[in-house]
Design a protein around this ligand. Sequence first.
Ligand SMILES: Nc1ncnc2c1ncn2[C@@H]1O[C@H](COP(=O)(O)OP(=O)(O)OP(=O)(O)O)[C@@H](O)[C@H]1O
Length: 266
Amino acid sequence: MTETREPVIEARDLHFRAGASHILRGVDLIVEPGEVVALLGANGSGKSTLVKTLVGINPPTQGTVRLLGEPLTAGRRTTVDRSRIGYVPQRANAGGGIPSTAQEVVASGLLHGRRLALPRGWRDRVAAALTQVGLADRVHDPVHLLSGGQQQRILIARALVREPDLLILDEPVAGVDVASQEAFATTMRRLVDGGLTVLVVLHELGELEPLVTRAVVLGHGKVVHDGTPPQARRDHDRAGHRHQHPHADDNTLGEQARALDLEVRP
Ligand SMILES: Nc1ncnc2c1ncn2[C@@H]1O[C@H](COP(=O)(O)OP(=O)(O)OP(=O)(O)O)[C@@H](O)[C@H]1O
């Protein structure tokens, strides 16, 4: 993996408008190498829009984005090396209605920019990516016949096959069975230990909680918290949990935390 000393993600004063909607309203986000940042917030707070703005799908109407130290400028050829970035979109259908095999879908992750042919050794790389998500034996299976959780793992393999330095995931475990969530967390642990930087949109920290180094909470298109990851409310039910922290019910963060069924440590 290539060493990057500058922030892996550096977004300044990001705004995104769609028609009359002002969806992102001045977001600053810095992610340093090796961090695992959870992007949280209530439904409609702008998480997916922010992630799409960061990867260049929604060019910002104001503000700047730098990825891996290079500027991402709307409408201009970028010097950002996209082969070093893996992106897993939200609730995507891995098969796309076309009966592709797992191998074909994962191999498509090796095509980027002007690369229209698969590189030498692609079969081995695809097999290695499928092994990382625990689906090595499904290489020739049509993706549309796999379960929802397995399809999501195929999409994660499609991002991992690039051996990225930065992985951006939008709700990777939404609607995914527990076995898949555990397999995903184990894979992430291994990759993060190897130096991967991660920005992950989540509704709850779940199995990824031990990995998350920082939480950024969005509320109405703005950052309302950037720091310690919130603690799951289910902790209250655990034996020995000491109820010492305030619920911050009177501020915006409290609203966000309630919407997420989370509470924020003081
Ligand atoms: N292209 C667009 N045009 C108009 N409105 C949009 C567009 N994209 C998103 N929105 C609206 O912007 C708001 C934020 O959407 P976004 O999908 O970013 O939220 P989110 O935090 O990811 O929500 P969820 O948790 O439900 O996925 C929503 O009200 C959404 O309907």
